[in-house]
Design a protein around this ligand. Structure first.
Ligand SMILES: Cc1cc2nc3c(=O)[nH]c(=O)nc-3n(C[C@H](O)[C@H](O)[C@H](O)COP(=O)(O)O)c2cc1C
Length: 199
């Protein structure tokens, strides 16, 4: 039995290919680990704030800030970190928007990547504090990035691997439905990706 955190970042609701791919991963996980629970976090419906001056001051303890700002920033960040820490497995649906992850997913990262909470330099070396997690990335894109001229435009997956790796999450598997908006590919893109799902 595992505690699964499912993160949605597509704005397309039930039509979303990245969410459907994430669901295919979760379906297999539940077969593998009967009795698992799934906590769903829909960042498109309930986005975190963009990083602002209040975050800078609260996270870094820099400068004056009102108790209301501290409470708001801490509440959102602590909630996001607690959900992450509580999960054994995190399945993230990632549609490619303008060659990168949706800004809502970036905002979530801005709430969970915190010195002293999810990473530390206390020992003199960077140490990730989010340990023993498995992450599955369920990516969907209009174009093709595994080969051809767009290969060098794959910023999203290396970025997520670097960011999650920074906080200690290095066990990451990626499944990718690509060509979702290209005639000749879009008809089969999602199913081909689902067929490759292995957990
Ligand atoms: C605002 C926006 C920007 C997009 N930018 C890209 C892009 O840079 N590269 C790409 O391959 N597809 C791009 N697409 C297409 C989506 O990645 C594609 O439709 C994908 O399947 C969406 O995932 P979803 O169905 O989970 O929402 C974009 C779509 C939108 C809405």
């Amino acid at each position: 039995m595992k505690k699964i955190l499912k993160i949605i970042s597509s704005v397309k609701g039930a039509e979303s290919k990245s969410t459907q791919l994430a669901d295919a991963v979760i379906e297999k996980l539940i077969v593998q680990y009967p009795g698992s629970t799934v906590n769903v976090k829909d960042l498109a419906k309930e986005p975190y704030e963009h990083f602002h001056e209040g975050h800078l001051k609260v996270y870094g303890g820099l400068g004056e800030v009102t108790p209301e700002v501290i409470a708001g920033v801490e509440k959102a960040s602590e909630e996001a970190i607690n959900e992450l820490m509580h999960a054994d497995i995190i399945v993230i649906g990632v549609p490619i928007y303008n060659f990168n992850i949706p800004s809502t997913l970036k905002a979530w990262l801005d709430h969970v990547m915190r010195a002293g909470k999810t990473f530390s330099f206390a020992s003199g070396q960077k140490e990730g504090l989010v340990n023993n997690k498995k992450v599955y990335l369920a990516v969907s894109s209009g174009g093709i990035y595994s080969e051809g001229p767009m290969q060098t435009y794959n910023f999203a997956v290396p970025y997520l691997e670097a960011s999650l790796g920074f906080i200690g999450i290095t066990d990451i598997s990626t499944f990718w439905a690509e060509g979702c908006d290209m005639p000749g590919y879009k008809e089969t893109a999602l199913q081909k990706a689902i067929d490759k799902v292995a957990v």
